[in-house]
Write a protein that binds this ligand. Structure first.
Ligand SMILES: Nc1ncnc2c1ncn2[C@@H]1O[C@H](COP(=O)(O)OP(=O)(O)OP(=O)(O)O)[C@@H](O)[C@H]1O
Length: 304
């Protein structure tokens, strides 16, 4: 069993036009057996990255290795082991789920028995004569995933599969992704612009913002990272005394008052209590958002 990541990009960069750098130095590491959530607000570069991994865009700079091989040298062999859902799936509305799969079966060299298997995996085994245009969006999405599963891929890449789904559809999708990972041993790379949509299913997270990776690691690691960079701006009746009192926070004194790093609201309250408890008046207590915090606000706020 190799220990190298299933996907490794090194310094992946991309620009659609000469003057706009869409991706800058992306180092993506996706471990075998993981469910990797690729998070970023709209326009941050997720689809561009995934398109590069799937050879849908030509690589301009940096390196892509998948299954330990260079994508540009082993393109067909690698892509044959990946299932993906990246654009709106091309389903035939007048055909049933089974007939849709039959259309694609020979392209993938899959057996007839595989059709029953994938229908069963995605929970569409009992849709019978119902045609795809009568399906809910969630069912259409699962049928599209069934298509991607036909060649029994080791790696599944899903670009914003929750988009447009209602809460029930999102829950079904989440259960399906977990099942594919746990019962079928698939590594899954799934993108989203909302942390809440994927945090219940992923083991690892990569966050991309303005074309740059901001964080990559386990979900547990993400929670510590989230508050990094948050600073509290204080003005008091005696800034020098306040600086000494708040020594453990390593405050910085400037012309406009003090600045201290903090992690949560409880610390803000504790700082305030300590100062007022020592007779120092607090005139200003202003938690300042870092860029990172704005990023997390974007990732946790649903846009219409
Ligand atoms: N074909 C294209 N030509 C020019 N610019 C593009 C093209 N496709 C995407 N872009 C731009 O590249 C940037 C990254 O887009 P990308 O689609 O990769 O982001 P994303 O994170 O997937 O966001 P979304 O969820 O909105 O698709 C955006 O500014 C987008 O406008």
């Amino acid at each position: 069993m190799d220990q190298q990541p299933l996907i490794r990009t090194t310094g992946l960069s991309y620009r659609y036009s000469r003057d706009v750098q869409t991706l800058s130095g992306i180092n993506l590491h996706v471990e075998r057996g993981s469910i990797y959530g690729f998070l970023g607000p709209n326009g941050s570069g997720k689809t561009t990255t995934l398109s590069l991994l799937l050879g849908l865009l030509n690589n301009q700079a940096g390196d892509i290795e998948i299954f330990g091989q260079h994508l540009h040298r082993n393109r067909e062999a690698i892509l044959g082991r990946i299932g993906s859902l990246i654009e709106t799936p091309s389903l035939y509305g007048h055909l049933t789920a089974r007939e849709n799969l039959e259309v694609y079966r020979s392209t993938y060299g899959a057996s007839k028995a595989r059709i029953d298997e994938v229908l069963d995996i995605v929970g569409l085994g009992d849709t019978g004569r119902k045609v795809a245009k009568k399906f809910s969006l969630g069912m259409k999405q699962r049928l599209a995933i069934a298509l991607a599963l036909l060649p029994a891929p080791e790696l599944l890449i899903l670009d914003e599969p929750s988009n447009g789904l209602d809460p029930a559809g999102i829950i079904e999708l989440r259960a399906l992704v977990k099942k594919l990972n746990r019962e079928h041993g698939m590594t899954i790379l799934i993108s989203s612009h909302l942390l809440g949509e994927i945090e219940k299913m992923v083991s690892h997270v990569g966050i991309i913002y303005k074309g740059k990776m901001q964080f990559q690691g386990t979900l547990a690691g993400l929670h510590g990272f989230q508050r990094q960079g948050a600073r509290l701006h204080l003005r008091t009746s005696d800034n020098e005394a306040a600086r000494l009192l708040l020594g453990e926070y390593a405050p910085r004194v400037g012309a406009d008052g003090l600045h201290v790093a903090f992690e949560n609201n409880a610390q803000v309250a504790a700082i305030n209590r300590r100062l007022t408890g020592q007779g120092i008046d607090v005139f200003l207590l202003h938690p300042k958002e870092s860029d990172l915090e704005q990023l997390f606000i974007d990732l946790t706020t649903a846009h219409a």
